[in-house]
Design a binder for this molecule. Structure first.
Ligand SMILES: [Zn+2]
Length: 470
């Protein structure tokens, strides 16, 4: 019986439908090495524009992008969400009456701080060494910003008839408060009306699951976040005499209870499809395991729970990230608290999740909500998703693309509730070592990735934006 159910069915890998626009004719007319070279130079200069957040000073970065657009006859506007926090909007209008809502190329201009003395090269240098362009923002996310800019320039230079507006949207302050995207969306949404968005979120990873295989997770959803202060109350007293009704003891018990909760891991949804796709590409015995629903729900689920990264993707996390209270050794305080950073699946309601936590802990515990936000998701069955997936793996035999839920959130989480279908995908492929540059030391992006990524992004955008000739 077990054998029968094992053999009964294999989940279907995503079969990409044929492209809605054949991009090959236009692709052939472009001098790609030259385009890659130009994008690399733009990124070098963009890295040199200091937009470290805090302060941000993104207006500088917006002006840098703006002057390149202007030189090619693409008009732009810069709107400041607060002094020096510039947000750029540039638009290539549809040729004739638009057939579809705009496609928006989104990036953030700000970068996180860098501990210069711990880097091998100056984080603001944009120097090229050993095939890499070095600098803060090359990965997060001026590299993508430069590729998006080049996509605009190519659409314009090639004089491509567009069936929809294509908008470049470079915003301030993603790294600290998300002020830029909120301001732009709240103030200019009538004007933007992005139907599709591409932004950061997913990217290609070499050798992550299997040696020699490159996986391209495309983020179609983001988890929500619930930040809580979990406060325990009890009887105050003297440190010399432990008693059973003290606040610190209640807090420890509550943490233990929450840690022992049923994790209810979910392999359903986007990530499940991605695992199936990897199985399809992998083939063999392990491919069979990955594609079999029963084995996926047992063997694979267990493996995913053992790895902190995949574990975070399949459960609602409850993460103690801080403590507070008075800290005199001989005094038992009447209140102490823990800070919890909880991340919930996109379909979980934050209030219901808080009620669930409350139901588990004792009456000596209360929660104060620091912030709570719902996650968001976009459809997988969508032409732009397919175009991104198609381009992700192009020219690579041992690569697979598929949908995932991001465990962190990006500016996309703000645009999805307004109606945008947003996909997180930077079309580069990184090694584990490259990944350490994200918010870390020695952030760098290979020149090869800049060349390939620019081409992939342009072709994906072209497929869903170009007007078919009559
Ligand atoms: Zn970022």
């Amino acid at each position: 019986m077990l054998l029968l159910s094992l053999l009964a069915c294999l989940s279907k890998v995503t079969i990409l439908p044929p492209p809605i626009f054949d991009t090959s004719g236009i692709e052939e007319t472009i001098d790609w090495p030259k385009v890659g070279e130009e994008t690399t130079q733009i990124l070098q200069q963009y890295v040199q524009v200091d937009t470290t957040n805090p302060e941000g000073n993104e207006t500088r970065g917006a002006q840098f992008l703006g002057q390149i657009l202007e030189a090619e006859g693409i008009s732009y506007e810069i709107h400041e969400s607060s002094p020096n926090r510039g947000n750029l909007i540039a638009r290539l209008p549809a040729t004739g009456e638009p057939e579809q809502g705009p496609l928006c190329l989104l990036s953030h201009i700000d970068v996180v701080t860098a501990e210069t003395e711990k880097w091998d090269e100056d984080p603001m240098s944009g120097v090229i060494k050993d095939g890499y362009l070095w600098g803060r923002g090359t990965l997060d996310m001026k590299g993508m910003g430069a590729m998006e800019l080049m996509t605009m320039l190519l659409l314009k230079r090639q004089n491509i008839p567009l069936k929809r507006d294509v908008i470049l949207l470079a915003v301030a302050d993603e790294e600290v408060s998300g002020e830029g995207v909120r301001y732009v969306a709240d103030t200019y949404w009538d004007y933007l009306q992005c139907e599709h968005v591409v932004n950061e979120g997913g990217l290609g990873l070499h050798d992550m699951m299997f040696e020699g295989q490159t996986v391209y997770p495309i983020s179609v959803a983001e988890k929500g976040s619930v930040w809580l202060k979990m406060i325990a109350s009890g009887e105050p007293g003297h440190g010399s005499t432990p008693r059973p009704n003290e606040a610190p003891k209640y807090l420890l018990e509550a943490i233990e209870t929450l840690g022992a909760r049923d994790l209810e891991p979910s392999l359903e949804g986007p990530l499940d499809q991605f695992v199936v796709n990897i199985g399809g590409q992998k083939g063999g015995l392990y491919g069979f395991v990955l594609r079999n629903p029963l084995l996926r729900n047992t063997v694979v689920k267990k493996q995913m729970l053992d790895n902190p990264i995949t574990r975070a993707a399949i459960i609602n996390t409850v993460h103690v990230t801080g403590f507070g209270g008075q800290n005199k050794p001989n005094v038992v305080p009447s209140e102490v608290y823990a800070i919890l950073d909880c991340r919930i699946q996109p379909d979980v309601d934050p209030q219901e999740f808080i009620a669930y936590l409350e139901s588990m802990v004792s009456e000596h515990i209360r929660f104060e909500v620091i912030s709570a936000s719902t996650g968001s998701s976009s459809p997988i069955d969508d032409p732009f998703f397919y175009a991104l997936a198609r381009q992700a793996v192009r020219g690579e035999e041992n690569a697979v693309a598929g949908p995932v839920v991001s465990v962190g959130y990006t500016d996309s989480n703000y645009l999805r509730p307004l109606g945008a279908k947003a996909y997180g995908f930077v079309p580069v492929a990184l090694t584990a070592e490259d990944m350490e540059g994200f918010h870390g030391h020695n952030e760098k992006l290979s020149v090869e990735n800049i060349h390939i990524g620019t081409k992939k992004l342009f072709l994906a955008v072209l497929e869903v934006s170009a007007k078919k000739s009559p």
